[in-house]
Design a protein around this ligand. Structure first.
Ligand code: MN
Length: 709
């Protein structure tokens, strides 16, 4: 009894130590930027993940009780709900809450790790694994302070699931049946895509039961209750079913029905569509097409966003090992150690689905590596405790553990110190959005690239056309078109796309049954516009925008948010509308070259990459070809942020313009198409048609215009 108490005390101590360590390491970023005002708004740090603003918007709307139809605010999401609840009960500001939630929630991972190790009677291994896993490279990246996203519990919850499965199989205690089922319910609530991992655990337990433990009815009870927690119905119904079945399990007289219960639960699982999403999950990451095609109607071809999303890209072996263990040596030791650990304790094989999902990073993109971090941490930790076991004295044992633990932790801590990620927006930009909030109404639209969608909705409480979750080729096309085309056609497209977006929402609501039963296709806005204006070729419709077409009735205001930082992604933005929608042919890319590093020798300015601008003769050399320059434009902001520009046209018939933005010390080389684009004209040159647009907020960092048509 005394021993047991001592072990419990040590377990709690280890959890406290590992948790504090995890929190402390996550505070490094906080202190690194403590005096950096550009990362703060209202003297509090802003978050550093774009998606976080999505959950924050949902939580804000839950707390205020204001939510509109079709505002895309995630008020029913678990992340927003948990945040709203915490904001309601805790005495901290909302901004502090979302900043620190990842710090504390992600650090909970040390609990299941140490409890699993306790089951294997190796608490020291648990402590070392918890220290390593809690700050492991990719786990840290996706759960650091300000990384307010589902990731903060995405690994914690399956690790608790692994813990309860291990304890269930080892102890066959009833309580682990209900704990496992409830963990699945919470995990699914938190992260609906969790089914693939849950199903893998299920399959592994089934395999184990059939091969090694066929006679033990406990296994079938566990499988049935897990299956019921996973069927394709609402969470609260699954909770009732799980509690009901647990009650039945507690009555010995029902024991003889256990196989029927399992059979029935599997049948319900398939009948309720529980299996359907399992493969669909990975499809998008594994098979990526450059161009997606509509199935009916005009069969338009859109440019796919998958091509530009970094996280779906392939990664090198070194990056892969760094992200999982912090160092290639630690990774090799972890894999070897895990094999040895699984050989000594077969139960650890239940960790395989997490390792498998982590290794999927090799094909599926680096976001997956975090799944392998905690389970492989056991491998390295086990080797360390084994090495210590062979040491002759207590002192040497202690020294071995300390030295080796520090060695595996060091590369990860070094990474934390180097990983100085910026906040999503800087203080000046957020100031603008905050001003816009008082100007624009909740039902108004702000047109901007999808990268700015969530922050715009959070800070300005407006609607957006595209955002971090809504950015398929079809919805990106009109916005890309607006930003990269001349202002007269862009203005028309802005009005069209906003009104068509709202019309489509309404159509979907009014025809819910029809869409479901008759499988009615909802066409993209651009396709619907083409048809409504009597064209069968989208290119003809787009050309018609240059004429005096009749626009839909205005139902709300439209604003354009044009940040300076979009300069860096302009070519990507353009891609989405630089395609012939009828035949998928990409058009020739526009000339767009930014130079922030240049040097001047007499009258020649070397812009890098062999591009030379001759100021005296007004020529530019690109790819060893010397061409006359059409214009040279110089812009600047005065002390009180007043904009001025100077345009010198030297060769009116030519195509290339050089823009020098002196306040940003940046050169821009563009062709005539880009020069005439809405972004360049309205943002960089403040050159706008006063019948189409009205100034709202004009700063060097970003400009906001209101559409007048
Ligand atoms: Mn809203």
């Amino acid at each position: 009894m005394n021993n047991l108490k001592k072990e419990t005390k040590l377990t709690l101590l280890y959890i406290a130590v590992a948790f504090s360590f995890s929190v402390a390491v996550r505070m490094i970023w906080f202190y690194q930027f403590a005096n950096y005002e550009a990362f703060k708004f209202n003297s509090e740090f802003m978050i550093n993940t774009n998606d976080g603003y999505y959950w924050a918007e949902g939580a804000r709307d839950i707390l205020s009780g204001i939510s509109q139809a079709n505002d895309l605010s995630p008020i029913t999401s678990a992340t927003s709900q948990l945040t709203a609840l915490l904001a309601f009960v805790l005495p901290f500001s909302f901004e502090s809450l979302i900043l620190f939630m990842p710090v504390f929630l992600s650090s909970l991972i040390v609990i299941p790790i140490i409890l699993i190790a306790k089951n294997l009677d190796n608490l020291n291994m648990g402590l070392i694994a918890a220290l390593l896993a809690s700050i492991g490279w990719s786990y840290y990246n996706r759960t650091m302070i300000g990384y307010y996203d589902t990731d903060m519990l995405n690994i914690v919850l399956p690790m608790f699931l692994l813990w309860s499965i291990i304890w269930a199989i080892k102890t066959n205690e009833d309580k682990y049946l209900i704990i496992t089922a409830i963990d699945i319910l919470i995990y699914r609530w938190w992260y609906p895509q969790s089914y693939s991992l849950e199903f893998s655990f299920f399959a592994l337990i089934l395999l184990y039961a059939l091969i090694w433990d066929r006679k033990n009815t406990y296994n079938y009870k566990l499988l049935a209750i897990m299956m019921l927690a996973m069927i394709g119905v609402e969470g609260y119904i699954r909770l009732v079913l799980v509690l009901g079945i647990f009650y039945i399990y507690k009555q010995k007289r029902f024991d003889k029905y256990i196989y029927y219960i399992l059979g029935a639960s599997i049948l319900i699982f398939f009948a309720s569509g529980g299996f359907n999403p399992i493969w669909g999950n990975l499809k998008g990451y594994v098979f990526k097409d450059a161009v997606s095609v509509g199935e009916e109607g005009l069969k338009l071809h859109f440019y796919s966003v998958m091509q530009t999303v970094k996280e779906a890209g392939h990664i090198s072996f070194e990056m892969f090992t760094n992200r999982i263990s912090g160092h290639v040596v630690t990774f090799v030791a972890s894999v070897g150690g895990f094999i040895y650990l699984a050989y000594r304790h077969k139960i650890m094989l239940f960790g395989l689905p997490l390792i498998g999902l982590g290794f999927l990073a090799y094909v599926g993109g680096l976001r997956f590596t975090i799944y392998a971090v905690p389970v492989l941490a056991f491998g390295a930790a086990f080797l360390i405790t084994e090495a210590a076991r062979y040491m002759p004295t207590k002192r040497l044992k202690f020294l071995t553990i300390t030295a080796l633990s520090m060695a595996i932790l060091y590369p990860n801590i070094a990474h934390v110190q180097e990983y100085m990620v910026p906040t999503v927006f800087n203080a000046d930009e957020v100031e603008i959005l905050d001003t816009l909030k008082n100007r624009a109404g909740r039902e108004d639209y702000v047109v901007s690239w999808w990268d700015y969608g969530y922050p715009l909705r959070y800070y300005s409480d407006v609607k957006t056309l595209i955002d971090g979750g809504k950015h398929s080729g079809a919805v990106n096309f009109p916005v890309s078109f607006i930003l990269t085309n001349p202002q007269d056609v862009s203005a028309k497209m802005a009005r069209l796309d906003v009104e068509y977006t709202e019309k489509t929402f309404k159509f979907k609501e009014d025809n819910k049954e029809l869409i479901r039963d008759k499988n009615l296709t909802i066409f993209s806005n651009i396709e619907q516009m083409t048809k409504d204006y009597g064209f069968s070729d989208t290119n003809d419709f787009l050309l018609s925008l240059q004429t005096d077409i009749k626009l839909p009735d205005k139902t709300r205001d439209i604003y354009l948010y044009l940040p300076y930082r979009m300069l860096d992604i302009y070519p990507t933005v353009e891609m989405f509308s630089n395609i012939n929608l009828m035949n998928a042919k990409m058009k020739e890319r526009s000339l767009f070259y930014v130079s922030k590093m240049f040097k001047q020798e007499q009258n020649i300015i070397n812009l890098g990459y062999g591009i030379l601008f001759d100021t005296q003769n007004a020529t530019i050399t690109i790819n060893n070809r010397k061409m006359p320059v059409k214009r040279f434009v110089q812009t600047s902001y005065s002390q009180n942020m007043k904009f001025s520009k100077d345009i010198q046209v030297s060769n009116p018939a030519e195509n290339i313009t050089v823009i020098y933005m002196s306040s940003f010390n940046t050169f821009l080389v563009v062709d005539e198409k880009t020069y005439n684009s809405l972004y360049v004209q309205l943002m960089l040159l403040e050159e706008y048609d006063k019948t189409l647009f009205e100034e709202v907020i004009m700063t060097p960092q970003a400009k906001v215009y209101r559409l007048k048509v």
